[in-house]
Design a protein around this ligand. Structure first.
Ligand code: SF4
Ligand code: SF4
Length: 144
């Protein structure tokens, strides 16, 4: 790579922005988490889509408490009026941030555990989950 001439993409497949976004949406539907990797910060070296069982960085960060990755600038929020307590979002959250309230028969999201990946949102057929700006959630605003 040259900073003046840009990337050398010869030999690589190129996608339109629309095709790339559709690929990412499909990965989300498959429960795969997007991660952005900066091999020489701040330049992006790659965007990965994987799950906890395959990703060494996610395992070391979440399972072993060794922070190899940062959280996203979002925190998930559930609309309890729309949630029917189906548990689908709980099954796909790789970070253990979603619990179930037997009393309410709804899920709840722990902002202290949420990495803002949005996989839960993609899985919800009731459109009950949205991502809010991390900065607007006081308890998680400075949690990276
Ligand atoms: S997937 Fe949607 S409807 Fe189902 S429990 Fe989660 S938030 Fe509620
Ligand atoms: S956005 Fe938060 S709650 Fe939803 S799947 Fe990702 S980490 Fe779990």
């Amino acid at each position: 790579m040259d900073y003046l001439t840009g990337l050398d993409t010869s030999g690589l497949e190129e996608l339109t922005k629309e095709a790339a976004l559709e690929n990412f949406r499909q990965y989300e539907r498959e429960g795969l988490c997007h991660t952005v990797w900066t091999f020489v910060t701040p330049f992006i070296g790659g965007i990965c889509n994987c799950d906890r069982s395959d990703c060494g960085a996610m395992q070391s960060t979440i399972t072993r408490g060794v922070p190899d990755m940062f959280r996203a600038e979002y925190v998930a929020e559930v609309n309890l009026e729309l949630c029917n307590g189906c548990w689908q979002c709980m099954h796909v959250c790789q970070f253990g941030a979603i619990g179930y309230s037997a009393a309410n028969k709804k899920i709840f999201i722990d902002p202290l555990r949420c990495y803002g990946c949005g996989i839960c949102r993609a899985s919800c057929t009731k459109d009950a989950i949205r991502l809010q700006d991390r900065a607007s959630v006081p308890v998680a605003a400075n949690l990276w």
